[in-house]
Design a protein around this ligand. Structure first.
Ligand SMILES: Nc1ncnc2c1ncn2[C@@H]1O[C@H](COP(=O)(O)OP(=O)(O)O)[C@@H](O)[C@H]1O
Ligand SMILES: [Mg+2]
Length: 263
């Protein structure tokens, strides 16, 4: 049984809908009838050009947005039918890491508050226990606990991404959607973050949906790769199979467009 089972998932956005209630001029099928399994312990790489629907699929997979149709099962629970209360419980197991480590951290909160927030919401811990957990999380992502009182603007992009990762790990999730987590970073800093994600996966037994527009980044981390094009998955397979024997012309073009080594 897969950890996450995606069946016939579709998300339609209205196109050019007017503020004044005029009828929408058509629609975008951002995710168009996608079926996909994500297995416990794997890194499924999701690759495709900008606008192909990767972020929409990632958000749907966590039910951060509602599908237009289709089904989602997480550990055999129906995610689409889950009540608000059930979702609140499920949220602990499913987290997201964003591309922009600037925009995704509240600039008015210090590191301790940022990482503590999910713990405050979901776990009744004493202040001491919470601080211990936050310090452990910081160490796990390669930051010193002395940074607890500091604010996001005091950190580099790579450090900020580490803070975002610590926050995502706070509730010990099983499944993480990483949506272009290194795309805003310099190549060498991005490589460190990718290595950190690989290390954390082994340490915490995580399952990743790792989203990137870059085939070299995806192939470095992914055990399997799904290639997305205009709202559909055109090809999915083991990383070696996809990179050495791509079947779909679009996959070949993605491989041809990218240098051999970027991380
Ligand atoms: N909230 C939204 N409202 C309307 N259209 C959207 C919305 N989010 C995404 N889209 C459209 O859906 C398509 C896929 O977008 P997205 O999932 O962000 O692609 P990617 O992450 O691969 O760049 C694009 O055409 C985008 O403009
Ligand atoms: Mg995106």
């Amino acid at each position: 049984m897969p950890l996450l089972e995606i069946r016939n998932l579709t998300k339609v956005f209205p196109l050019g809908a007017s503020m004044f209630g005029a009828r929408a001029k058509g629609e975008v099928r951002a995710v168009d009838d996608i079926s996909l399994d994500i297995h416990a312990g794997e890194t499924l790489g999701l690759v495709g050009e900008s606008g192909s629907g990767k972020s929409t699929l990632g958000r749907l997979a966590l039910r951060l947005i509602e599908p237009s149709s289709g089904s989602l099962r997480f550990e055999d629970q129906d995610l689409v039918a889950a009540s608000h209360r059930e979702m609140r419980h499920l949220r602990r197991d499913m987290q997201i890491i964003f591309q922009d480590p600037f925009g995704s951290l509240d600039p008015r909160m210090n590191v301790e508050d940022i990482i503590s927030e999910p713990l405050v919401i979901h776990e009744a811990l004493s202040l001491t226990a919470r601080r211990t957990r936050v310090s452990e999380l910081l160490r796990a992502v390669g930051l010193d606990p002395s940074v607890l009182p500091r604010f996001p603007h005091e950190f580099s992009g790579g450090q900020r991404q580490r803070i975002g990762i610590a926050r995502a790990l706070a509730l010990r999730p099983k499944f993480i959607v990483a949506d272009e987590p290194v795309s805003a970073l310099d190549v060498s800093v991005g490589a460190q973050i990718v290595n950190l994600l690989a290390h954390l996966q082994r340490e915490f037994g995580l399952t990743y949906l790792f989203i990137s527009h870059s085939m070299p980044v995806v192939r470095y981390l992914a055990t399997r790769i799904a290639v997305m094009y205009r709202g559909t998955i055109v090809e999915v397979g083991d990383t070696q199979q996809i990179t050495e024997q791509p079947q779909h012309p679009y996959t070949r073009s993605l491989l041809a467009a990218t240098p051999e080594i970027a991380v």
